[in-house]
Design a protein around this ligand. Structure first.
Ligand code: ADP
Ligand code: MG
Length: 582
């Protein structure tokens, strides 16, 4: 997704409303603490002036003791408040990150299948885990330090004016120049930070794919290629960081230079004023100390500025995801069907993945409740797409699909999908035990229900040979099992789900002939009483179907039962006899 240019900037107002205002309690406590801490810090220059101009010349020992005590007390207050400050705000910042991560994940998982077809997994991982990270600075110490810094700078400014308006005027010129420079710089680095998020996501995305496809990479001896691609990615990342580092360090150096020159000038003016008796030693000392106190936060502000810029860039990207419409866009799917009967009707349904390229063309058919509809056709003819439409993974571009007479697009996804079972060719299993994978759709199912599913899908035939039986760990995506074993677990999972509508997309393609014939019987039991859509490349699987739809280039070209279609000696007959020969 390199559409960073189309990204909308998140505004300060939005951030205030969604992030700052809800945390007003923490932030105002933080603010009070930082004010106390800064005010305590300001005692030091005043005390120094008092020491030099009054206490020392008068030889006042009692005052000296009180002075030291006051300074020590101020330092203790400062340490305690800054500890409390970081505790409260850093913890709240981490809390914000975890909330935001959960929010982004919650949104992403409710996005339509089409979104996932077009986005790399690793990229989404990076959105959830990395983009959100920078936002921490908004409520963390950065925020308090910024407010505290501005406050300190303002108080110091007043005190500087009180001590010497002339020297203050001189100091303000470089400060103003610095302000202009840093504003410009932050405008420049926001797109760089945003680009960093994009690169980060791309590199993570590719890396996830590389690691997932390690067998293919090794099988084709393509390690060198992957190493090169990854190196190119991290180099892009490096160059991006370098670009922003140049800008941020320029800002910091500009601060050091301008403010250093100001200090040199102050020595000159101050020395002159003292010689003319217009300034005391104590005043001069206090002025330079206050100046230091004013300058420190200004320089620090450039760091905070880049942290904030990073946070805003991360939010820009996070908001982009949060603004992607959910699967149930606008929450229109409100119809709750607690007991689906299972009449499915396609009426002139058309669908295209890309505009102008229809993959499903005006398909109409009825799948009455409890019947088996088989979809047959060459690879790429549109069978999986039709199944996807029936599962409501995809929505028709025109025409309607109805379930029990209701437009599928009005039925609550939660209520529909809880009565839907899907078994796919390369079905996804999760890291963990065989038991947990079968229990996936109904974690609270009873042991009896589990064992029924296990038997129906002939899972026991191979788990009995494993020392750990159903407790066997199957590795990521089930890599420690054979394709046929994985498929049987997927079938058991569907049996346990006990759906009203069942979709089997090449669900038996990985089984050898023997286990397939074993499974046939259990599939037959599984299909009983459910509206089933079955796609099988082995025609033997579909002989029993109530109706067979022969699909060619997205259209139904023949429709009927096995015997009828064979008699017709048309397309089905061709497909069937062609397969019988092999
Ligand atoms: P079948 O299951 O019959 O083999 P599919 O329904 O998977 O066929 O695919 C039908 C057509 O749609 C193919 O030309 C395929 O290239 C295209 N297609 C499938 N999935 C996508 C997708 N996610 N994005 C774009 N095109 C797709
Ligand atoms: Mg397919």
């Amino acid at each position: 997704m390199s559409k960073s240019k189309k990204l909308k900037n998140v505004t300060v107002g939005q951030v205030f409303k969604t992030i700052i205002w809800p945390r007003r309690k923490y932030l105002s406590i933080g603010l009070v603490l930082i004010i106390i801490s800064r005010l305590a810090g300001l005692i030091l220059p005043g005390a120094s002036k008092y020491l030099i101009d009054d206490v020392i010349p008068n030889g006042d020992m009692t005052m000296l003791k009180w002075l030291i005590l006051a300074v020590a007390a101020a330092i203790v207050v400062q340490s305690i408040t800054s500890f409390a400050l970081t505790q409260i705000l850093s913890v709240e910042a981490q809390h914000l990150i975890s909330q935001l991560r959960a929010k982004v994940q919650r949104h992403i998982i409710q996005l339509p299948i089409r979104f996932f077809d077009n986005t790399k997994t690793g990229e989404l991982v990076s959105r959830i885990m990395t983009d959100v990270e920078g936002v921490r600075n908004l409520v963390g110490t950065g925020f308090a330090q910024m407010i505290g810094g501005v406050l300190t700078a303002l108080i110091c400014l007043v005190l500087l004016i009180v001590i010497s308006p002339l020297m203050t005027a001189y100091v303000l010129i470089p400060v103003a120049i610095f302000g202009v420079i840093s504003m410009k710089a932050f405008g420049k680095i926001r797109p760089i930070f945003r680009e960093r998020g994009v690169i980060n996501a791309e590199v993570t995305g590719r890396l996830t794919e590389t690691l997932g496809g390690v067998r293919v990479i090794k099988g084709f001896n393509a390690e060198a290629q992957e190493i090169k691609t990854f190196e190119a990615g991290v180099t892009r990342l490096f160059l991006n960081v370098k670009e922003s580092l140049v800008t941020t360090s320029l800002v910091t150096s500009a601060a050091t230079l301008l403010l250093g020159l100001a200090s040199a000038g102050i020595m000159g003016i101050g020395g002159y004023l003292i010689m003319n008796g217009e300034l005391t030693f104590g005043d001069f000392l206090a002025f330079t100390l206050y100046l230091g106190f004013m300058i420190a936060p200004i320089v620090q502000m450039s760091n905070i500025g880049s942290q904030f810029t990073e946070a805003f860039a991360g939010l820009d990207r996070t908001e982009e995801i949060l603004n992607t419409p959910l699967e149930d866009e606008g929450g229109h799917r409100t119809l709750q069907l607690d007991h689906i009967y299972g009449d499915v009707v396609f009426d002139k349904v058309s669908f295209a993945y890309e505009a102008g390229k229809e993959v499903v063309k005006e398909i109409s058919f009825k799948a009455p409740a409890g019947t088996v509809t088989a979809l047959v056709g060459t690879s790429g003819s549109g069978k999986t797409t039709i199944a996807g439409l029936a599962a409501s993974f995809l929505n028709p571009d025109s025409g309607t699909i109805t379930v029990d007479g209701h437009d599928l697009q009005t039925i609550s996804l939660q209520s529909y999908r809880s009565q839907l079972g899907v078994v796919l060719q390369d079905d996804f299993l999760f890291e963990g035990t065989i038991r947990n994978n079968i229990l996936f759709p109904r974690p609270n199912a009873s042991e009896v229900q589990l064992m029924q599913a296990v038997q129906a899908a002939h899972v026991q035939e191979f788990t009995d040979r494993f020392p750990d039986g159903l407790e066997t760990l199957i590795g990521e995506r089930g890599v420690k099992l054979s394709g046929g074993q994985r498929q049987r677990i997927a079938i058991a999972r569907a049996v346990l789900a006990d759906p009203r509508i069942l979709i089997l997309d090449e669900a038996t393609s990985n089984l050898d002939t023997e286990s397939e014939s074993l499974i046939q019987a259990s599939l037959k039991t599984l299909m009983q009483g459910r509206t089933t859509f079955v796609i099988a490349h082995r025609l033997s699987t579909i002989r029993q179907a109530d109706q067979i739809l022969v699909i060619e280039q997205g259209r139904i070209v023949e429709q009927g039962r096995h015997e009828e279609l064979l008699e017709k000696k048309g397309r089905y007959y061709q497909l069937y006899t062609y397969q019988a020969r092999i």
